[in-house]
Design a protein around this ligand. Structure first.
Ligand SMILES: [Zn+2]
Length: 240
């Protein structure tokens, strides 16, 4: 109900008069029961401002949530890929061997303290799949091929962060005439890490395929909730 809406012809308060949607204009029309003149019902400025703010707040929170998911999955995959690739390099193992050992050696005396554990591998797999599900479902305005391009670029950048850090630090240290030596990852280590990253990317691509299904079922459940709410509202109004 409007707070107050005075008829411009006779001054009757039309706040209690029900709006009728005009089919041609799609405007909320109120007809005065006293004098028969029509007026458009406007929402009070305060209500309008509040609704706009709420819509913006929802959009802002969506953006924050997207950034959190993007960063959480990307950095955890990049970091864990480094951990896994270190063991591949040190022990001359393949990715499959490292993954199998992570579960096989758990709790055995053969296990070294710096071995990749089941948690490392599980989170690495889970983050790869979660990233794909998210890329495939949360960004319907993206073109179909976009996640397949954007994701590996972001992942490679995050993974190469130690190199980028060194590339910035080296000239600075040289300028400051500080004795410095390279302590960062080697090129061979980077290439092995890229294999781990590629494997994660394959998992992500598989999960992207499942994205639209996840989105459709989410949309359906939301539509069901809306229908229920509308039905309840209609009942409260007296079943029209
Ligand atoms: Zn009137």
């Amino acid at each position: 109900m409007a707070i107050s809406h005075l008829c411009l012809s006779c001054g009757l308060d039309l706040a209690r008069v029900r709006v009728s949607r005009d089919n041609a204009l799609h405007a909320p029309i109120v007809t005065c029961p006293e004098c028969g003149s029509s007026a458009i019902r406007r929402k009070p400025a305060l209500v309008k401002a509040w609704r706009t703010a709420m819509r913006r707040r929802t959009a802002a929170w969506t953006l924050v949530a997207q950034l959190v998911v993007f960063n959480a999955t990307m950095w955890s995959i990049a970091g864990l890929s480094w951990t896994i690739s270190h063991q591949m390099q040190d022990d001359h193992q393949s990715l499959v061997q490292v993954i199998v050992d992570a579960f096989r050696l758990e709790g055995s005396p053969m296990r070294r303290f710096d071995n990749v554990g089941p948690w490392h591998v599980s989170i690495w797999i889970f983050a790869s799949l979660a990233a794909g599900l998210w890329l495939g479902s949360a960004l319907p305005h993206w073109k179909r091929w976009t996640p397949y391009v954007v994701w590996p670029i972001g992942l490679t950048t995050a993974f190469s962060a130690p190199f980028i850090g060194w590339a910035i630090w080296f000239p600075v240290a040289a300028l400051a005439a500080r004795p410095t030596y390279y302590d960062g990852p080697s090129m061979a280590g980077w290439l092995i890490g890229m294999q781990v990253l590629a494997a994660s990317y394959v998992l992500t691509c598989i999960a992207v395929q499942a994205g639209p299904f996840a989105r459709r079922s989410w949309d359906r459940s939301r539509a069901r909730r809306w229908r229920k709410r509308l039905a309840r509202r209609r009942l409260l109004r007296g079943g029209e």
